[in-house]
Design a protein around this ligand. Structure first.
Ligand SMILES: Cc1cc2nc3c(=O)[nH]c(=O)nc-3n(C[C@H](O)[C@H](O)[C@H](O)COP(=O)(O)OP(=O)(O)OC[C@H]3O[C@@H](n4cnc5c(N)ncnc54)[C@H](O)[C@@H]3O)c2cc1C
Length: 389
């Protein structure tokens, strides 16, 4: 854990109180919610009441007035306690940020207080079946009805998390006149019950309360004020939301990594089959030490990205957020793998609950931007190597 130079006393205190809340719920609560097909409503609302979920949102709209550094810390600590709240990546981090930075006063008044106090959630939809990692290829198209000024939105989205529990989805589309060429994205708030907006749950192999959906938008009619920000502002607005998403995915991955590592350490300290506990064998101890180092390094990069982002350096934050997401995703995959192995046969029992994390740990390697796309970005943007795609 890093204190002092890297994080302030307030951060340390926030970590401690979030960890205490997470511990009060614990893995058992989370596992019960998943087994019963429910949602983490109690924890979500309590965390919101304590000011944790809206910590990054402006004070005048009921938020804490802090930043993504504080929000990522909250998610990491809840995950480390076995209770990761995936919708934090989306609702306060992406949607809350985009609306705070680019929304009209009306949109801020309508959404931010509810996102901050946890009574409303907003999902985020960019991924499309035929575009995938190549967001420049998205075809969800907005056409203006000249008579009314309304927007008509048509397209398909896939793997969108939490659409069932979110009152609306922030959908990334493009305007009709920007249909070809470089992506000039525009963002629309689409209410869950809008006519022509249908969802179909994807059968994922993930033990999580949040589900993923395929969406069809068939001439969904939206009022003019459903557009968030400027239709010509382009990628800047989108990345205002995507950088926090990457930082928060890093936090999600680090929380999971720490939770699993803790289980493995408990086991390695106590399980004895020779004359010493298995943790005395370096074949068990060293990989766990490596995982700890990787988690700490990834956290430092996450803190750097969050600090840059909160200071308003969108470009610097972009590179650091990509690297943090990469490092945290890889640390998470290795942490889970090594933890499962440390428990031997128990690593695969339902009782210990680590085996299902093998699948869950892969999420941060794929989403919201895959490991390979980050390596492409760093090769090209940072190292100046030719672009391969
Ligand atoms: C649990 C979960 C939740 C999600 N939630 C959301 C959400 O809420 N909202 C949302 O919009 N999306 C969401 N996603 C979607 C996620 O962002 C995408 O899955 C991700 O961007 C990858 O896109 P894809 O699945 O189409 O893979 P593809 O783009 O088809 O990629 C497949 C493979 O090819 C590799 N690849 C592709 N292009 C290249 C290249 N140029 N060079 C090298 N390798 C390449 C990729 O790295 C990957 O390994 C979620 C996904 C998951 C799994």
């Amino acid at each position: 854990m890093t204190h002092g130079l890297i994080e302030t006393e307030e951060h340390t205190a926030l970590r401690a109180s979030v960890a205490a809340l997470g511990k009060r719920y614990g893995r058992e609560y989370f596992a019960d919610v998943v087994a019963q097909g429910k949602h983490t409503d109690e924890l979500w609302l309590e965390a919101a009441e304590l000011g944790y979920l809206g910590v990054n949102l402006p004070e005048e709209y009921g938020g804490g007035g802090a930043g993504i550094q504080e929000l990522s810390l909250v998610l990491e600590e809840l995950g480390a306690a076995g209770c990761p709240l995936l919708m934090m990546v989306v609702s306060p981090a992406i949607c809350g940020t985009v609306i705070s930075r680019f929304g009209t006063d009306e949109q801020k008044r309508a959404w931010l207080p509810g996102l901050a106090d946890g009574t409303r959630k907003m999902a985020f939809g960019i991924t499309e079946p035929d575009a995938g990692s190549n967001s420049h290829r998205i075809t969800t198209t907005a056409r203006r009805d000249a008579a009314t000024g309304d927007w008509l939105l048509t397209g398909r989205k896939v793997f969108i998390s939490g659409v069932d529990i979110a009152e609306a989805t922030l959908v990334v589309g493009r305007t009709e006149d920007a249909r070809t060429g470089k992506l000039k994205p525009c963002l629309f708030i689409v209410p869950r019950d809008a006519a022509g907006f249908t969802r179909h749950q994807i059968d994922m192999e993930l033990g999580a309360p949040e589900k993923q959906f395929e969406l069809v938008l068939d001439d969904v009619r939206l009022p003019a004020d459903a557009l968030v920000g400027d239709e010509d502002a382009g990628l800047l607005q989108l990345f205002a939301g995507l950088n926090p998403e990457r930082i928060m995915t890093a936090a999600f991955a680090l929380g999971m990594a720490r939770y699993c590592l803790e289980q493995a350490l408990d086991y390695a300290r106590t399980r004895q089959v020779w004359k010493e506990p298995i943790g005395a064998h370096q074949a068990i101890a060293h990989p766990l030490a490596q995982v700890h180092i990787e988690v700490e390094c990834a956290r430092l990069m996450m803190q750097k990205a969050a600090r840059l982002y909160d200071a308003g350096d969108d470009i610097g934050a972009g590179e650091a957020a990509n690297m943090a997401k990469y490092a945290a995703g890889e640390a998470c995959v290795r942490a889970v793998d090594q933890s499962v192995h440390t428990l031997g046969g128990n690593g695969l029992t339902r009782e210990y609950g680590l085996a299902q994390m093998i699948t869950a740990s892969r999420v941060a390697r794929i989403a919201p931007v895959s490991r390979e796309m980050i390596l492409n970005y760093v090769s090209h943007q940072t190292l100046g190597l030719p672009k391969s795609y």
